[in-house]
Design a protein around this ligand. Structure first.
Ligand code: G
Ligand code: G
Ligand code: MN
Ligand code: NA
Length: 253
């Protein structure tokens, strides 16, 4: 309860900050885009990670104004890097509750018009569980956002307890393989089978596929050989304020 009241103030006082992690194309590992990751610059407790306040936001209804703040801030930042000549796509995480709320698509539409941002340079990351079950509102929202030209990315893919049937008919531009499968994919045959299947599934659906949590050159090379399109992880770059976004060169074999 305390964190809710504080978070309300944080939104009013602009205490949230966005850091960005690069998403690189394979095999070259140039920056294709960045993912916005929210932090809270708390006046007493320092820089807080999302796990310290997103659950409270989800449970209190503050996730709507929080996501609106994130989207607005991120599109302003994108205008900043575009002005410096960087053509990076922008990925923003949205929660199941955002997609379920009636005003969400209207908010995104109005914000794109207001900021002049190109819809096809924005990607919204949703978890597969947000689209599963009887998520009629979320499915409708995703279809409407896709029709606007906004990219839809399925985040943390492979970890939800869902069937694949809910992906049918959705405008999915990207599937992100959860880092649990990526972490040992250079060594574990079962992770290899899962990652290969998700790459084939994504391509069969006409989507791009991104591996999350790439930490070693060995995993990078395995993903290149397996035909993965994009990657993200500490090997290439950690989340930082956007003017510091850069990627580590990958060592040649
Ligand atoms: O930044 P970090 O690695 O701590 O992110 C942890 C989790 O928080 C990730 O699952 C990420 O998707 C989520 N997250 C980060 N920023 C946002 C945001 O702006 N909105 C939502 N809904 N989730 C976010
Ligand atoms: O669920 P989502 O993919 O949005 O989560 C992003 C989170 O993953 C962020 O908190 C980010 O800091 C973290 N992350 C990004 N790259 C790596 C990595 O290479 N290894 C690990 N362990 N975490 C990572
Ligand atoms: Mn994400
Ligand atoms: Na993820």
């Amino acid at each position: 309860l305390k964190v809710q009241a504080e978070l309300r103030h944080a939104l009013e006082r602009d205490e949230l900050v966005l850091w960005y992690q690069p998403k690189v194309g394979l095999p070259g590992a140039g920056i294709n885009g960045v993912e916005a990751l929210v932090r809270w610059q708390h006046p007493e407790r320092g820089l807080l990670p999302p796990c310290e306040f997103l659950p409270a936001a989800e449970h209190s209804g503050l996730i709507a104004p929080l996501t609106e703040w994130v989207l607005r801030r991120a599109l302003i930042d994108q205008a900043g890097w575009t002005a410096t000549g960087q053509d990076w796509t922008l990925s923003v995480n949205v929660s199941a509750r955002n997609l379920d709320a009636p005003g969400f698509v209207g908010y995104v539409t109005a914000l794109l018009a207001e900021t002049g941002a190109r819809p096809d340079r924005l990607m919204l990351e949703v978890t597969e569980t947000a689209l599963a079950g009887d998520a009629d509102n979320a499915v409708r929202a995703v279809k409407e956002l896709g029709a606007l030209g906004v990219g839809i990315s399925v985040d943390d893919f492979g970890t939800g307890y869902t069937s694949l049937s809910h992906l049918r008919g959705l405008p999915i531009s990207e599937i992100k393989i959860d880092r649990a499968f990526v972490a040992d994919v250079d060594a574990d045959p079962q992770s290899q089978a899962i990652v290969r299947s998700v790459i084939e599934l994504a391509h069969g659906l006409g989507s791009r596929v991104t591996a999350e949590g790439v930490e070693t050159v060995e995993i990078h090379r395995w993903l290149v050989d397996a035909g993965c399109d994009e990657a993200q992880g500490y090997l290439y770059g950690r989340p930082v304020p956007w003017p510091q976004v850069a990627v580590e060169p990958i060592a040649e074999p």
